[in-house]
Design a binder for this molecule. Structure first.
Ligand code: ARG
Length: 401
């Protein structure tokens, strides 16, 4: 029998670099390093070479940005998936996609194991492992960083001893994860929830203080729920999201400071930069308000909350998510229209909207002469709507309750 094979989710950072050697040593395994380009802003070709130089048997790189946007981010947009009212789930959405590729490559290469660099304290270990389980329950999962039990110093010592390059950026005290949907920063001084994040943690967003002194207006065009146009011009989803990140960040918009409830039971303080995600979420919400009936507007948020929680908690590949998707998608045929956004010194507002499916009826809404609403019909309406209140109040009066 040949050597065992393990597919490792490889970022190019210290933990997963050390993991290549550690897996070879401890499992006598051939390591297949897998890296996805999700818009994390790293040269994935460099990452690939690094994996090989450390000793990976093969290093595979896939550009998964389009797939990430169309199959993970769009459904989350339709579901208005924002965890605890703050976090648009950039990291959480990427994990099931990484898991999908891990499983795919494992099956292609005949590997029996997959590995990842997550620690034992975060959400990502859960998301990756539960997703892998859902896609192929026979694969064994190894989490080196959870197993080796080293301090940072010991890990660096191991790296030096094994000729694994230790990046000088290690001096920076932050732990960062980013993709096209957002950037997350934790650790260091940020672990004191009272302290305002220092400017240095922000990379995508300008200090609102130094943002342009004139507002920037954007017009986002949706077609059946998909944001396709900016200022009347067609964009690929990828370039549209990139452009919104750029313009939003330029105007100092997109920062989030969140004391968050992790799945493993601890609260953590997270800083996010996610201009495009927040702009698109708000624009989509606004278009919904224009075209969807009241009952839907009032009911949908209950399912949105479920959806966000499920994504956060690693249950992407689940019957519940598919069922919720079906609900969210049922409205898409009406989600066509434009939304105008105003960005100004760290703020973002919707300032206009329009759709051929609009339920807004000027004749009914206006207080002008064109008013078509039957004011007198309200009299009878209130009588019946208020009937239970009247009965209740009469009883209370009679019984002096
Ligand atoms: N708290 C977020 C989540 O659980 C982001 C974690 C990303 N990791 C990081 N090292 N910043 O989805």
């Amino acid at each position: 029998m040949g050597q065992q094979k393990v597919v490792l989710a490889y970022s190019g950072g210290l933990d997963t670099s050390v993991a290549i050697r550690w897996l070879e040593e401890n499992f006598d395994a051939e390591v297949y390093a897998l890296t996805l380009d999700l818009g994390q802003g790293k040269d994935v070709e460099e990452v690939r070479k690094k994996a090989l130089s450390i000793g990976a048997k093969e290093a595979l790189v896939f550009d998964a940005r389009e797939e990430f946007l169309s199959d993970y981010v769009l459904p989350a947009l339709w579901a208005q998936a924002i965890y605890e009212d703050r976090y648009p789930l950039a990291t959480a959405l990427s994990r099931p996609l990484i898991a999908k590729y891990l499983v795919k490559v494992a099956e292609e290469k005949g590997a029996t194991m997959i590995a990842h660099g997550c620690t034992g304290k975060g959400n990502d270990q859960v998301r990756i492992e539960v997703s892998v389980m859902a896609l192929n329950p026979n694969l064994q999962v190894i989490a080196p960083a959870r197993q080796w039990g080293w301090s940072r110093e010991e890990e660096i010592e191991y790296a030096h001893a094994n000729g694994i390059p230790v990046p000088t950026t290690l001096e920076q005290p932050y732990s960062i994860d980013q993709n096209i949907w957002g950037r997350s920063i934790e650790c260091g001084i940020l672990e004191d929830p009272l302290i305002e994040p220092p400017e240095e943690v922000f990379e995508w967003t300008k200090d609102p203080k130094s943002a342009p002194s004139e507002p920037t207006y954007l017009e986002i065009g949706f077609e059946e729920g998909v944001p396709r146009l900016l200022g009347g011009k067609y964009y690929s989803l990828l370039s549209l999201v990139e452009e919104l990140n750029r313009v939003g960040g330029e105007n100092g918009f997109g920062r989030v400071d969140h004391v968050e409830n992790r799945l493993v039971g601890i609260k953590s303080r997270e800083i996010y930069e996610c201009p495009a995600a927040l702009i698109l979420m708000e624009a989509y919400r606004d278009l919904q308000n224009l075209v969807l009936p009241r009952e839907v507007i009032h009911f949908k948020p209950h399912l949105e909350e479920e959806y966000a929680q499920l994504v956060y908690e690693g249950l992407w590949y689940s019957p519940l998510r598919e069922a919720l998707d079906a609900f969210m998608k049922s409205f898409l045929s009406r989600m066509t229209g434009i939304v105008r956004i105003k960005l100004y010194k760290g703020s973002m507002q919707v300032v206009g909207r329009k759709s051929e499916y609009s339920l807004y009826d000027w004749g009914l809404a206006t207080y002008d002469r064109g008013d078509l609403f039957d004011h007198r019909a309200s009299e009878g309406f209130i009588k019946i709507w208020g009937l239970p209140t009247r009965v209740q109040a009469s009883l209370e009066k009679r019984k002096s309750l």
